[in-house]
Design a protein around this ligand. Structure first.
Ligand code: SF4
Length: 336
């Protein structure tokens, strides 16, 4: 099996007898699956942590990390393609919401979210396609290109007919309203444009930070973005913004999270490379990159390291912080 993500970190992980039954096929991917030691933590009903939402909701062991691992192991022992055709595994993984609760809370840090991405990418390469997956992966790009889609979301939320149609065509639960984009996405104010233009002149790189504004914050919560800039400015930082339309080209600046979560690895790698090129001057100056949306910011810290993007990606991963982490760690002097 030609893996699409870099699984080399898994060559020596695991403990106890986790490696006693590594499947015959899948190499380091099979090892990543095998770190499960069947302790049953993911199937406890009184678990105080996150793990595992799909199990806790359904109370079905097949919908827990441990259940998924058992299925995967059986199929990877048959041949290296059997796991792509199995409907039970497809249904089980479709219920994984990629929350990474298992990575944090499992004794051996089983990373089911990453296993799912490799699985989806392998399935796509084997010819399995779906409109739903494509729409979810391209959603921020489509919404920027065709703002009318925001109106469609509003119509869908207020029309029983469209709710039923979206359930039928792309399997979106008809009783759940979809988030509606803001009337106007985030854009840099005149003042912010001037700040960004002065980026090279900021010499105190500890007081200069790059605020990475992801597509979803820009499209759905521009007020939260402006509030974050205001908070950081009041705290005395020079804030440089990087947002989806920061460059004049038609190309969108995006972490690639939506693409990655649907297994579009090559497209994710392109987005990641573009973002790293734009951040390179700041990476070289050791400036911190702060993000508002965890799923986007953590791409830079975790997932980019699975894409073989080189030393700049490693340097970037060490300097990324969520807004909350940044505020909690910094000795901020508020100057009201
Ligand atoms: S990442 Fe998936 S398998 Fe792991 S805890 Fe979250 S929902 Fe469960």
């Amino acid at each position: 099996m030609k893996k699409l993500l870099d699984w080399s970190n898994y060559h020596d992980q695991g403990m106890g007898d986790a490696y006693a039954d590594i499947p015959k096929h899948g190499g380091n991917f099979a090892k990543a699956v095998s770190v499960c030691i069947r302790s049953g933590v993911c199937q406890e009903t009184d678990n105080k942590g996150v793990m595992c939402p799909s199990f806790r909701l359904n109370d079905d062991p097949v919908l827990s990390p441990g259940g998924r691992v058992q299925l995967l192991k059986q199929l990877l022992n048959q041949d290296d393609q059997a796991f792509l055709k199995d409907q039970k595994l497809a249904d089980s993984l479709a219920n994984c919401v990629s929350c990474k609760g298992c990575k944090r809370e499992c004794e051996n840090n089983l990373d089911m979210a990453m296993i799912k991405v490799e699985y989806l990418a392998q399935r796509r390469r084997a010819g399995f396609r779906s409109l739903r997956s494509w729409l979810f992966s391209e959603f921020p790009f489509l919404l920027y290109r065709f703002p009318i889609l925001g109106r469609f979301i509003q119509w869908r939320n207020s029309s029983k007919f469209l709710q039923k149609l979206s359930k039928k065509v792309i399997a979106i639960n008809e009783s759940i309203p979809l988030p509606e984009p803001a009337r106007t996405p985030y854009f840099d104010s005149e003042k912010q444009l001037k700040n960004n233009a002065m980026s090279a002149s900021y010499t105190d790189n500890k007081r200069c930070i790059v605020l990475l504004i992801d597509s979803f914050s820009a499209l759905f919560s521009p007020k939260a973005v402006n509030d974050a800039i205001a908070v950081l400015s009041v705290a005395g930082y020079d804030v440089i913004t990087l947002h989806p339309k920061s460059t004049a080209s038609a190309h969108l600046i995006d972490s690639g999270r939506s693409l990655f979560s649907q297994g579009y690895i090559e497209r994710t790698r392109e987005q990641a490379s573009d973002l790293i090129s734009l951040l390179k001057p700041h990476i070289l100056l050791n400036r911190r990159v702060v993000g508002l949306e965890p799923s986007a910011l953590l791409m830079l810290r975790d997932e980019y390291l699975t894409l073989n993007l080189g030393d700049e990606a490693i340097a970037l991963a060490k300097n990324t912080l969520l807004f909350e982490e940044f505020i909690a760690r910094e000795p901020v002097k508020w100057t009201f």
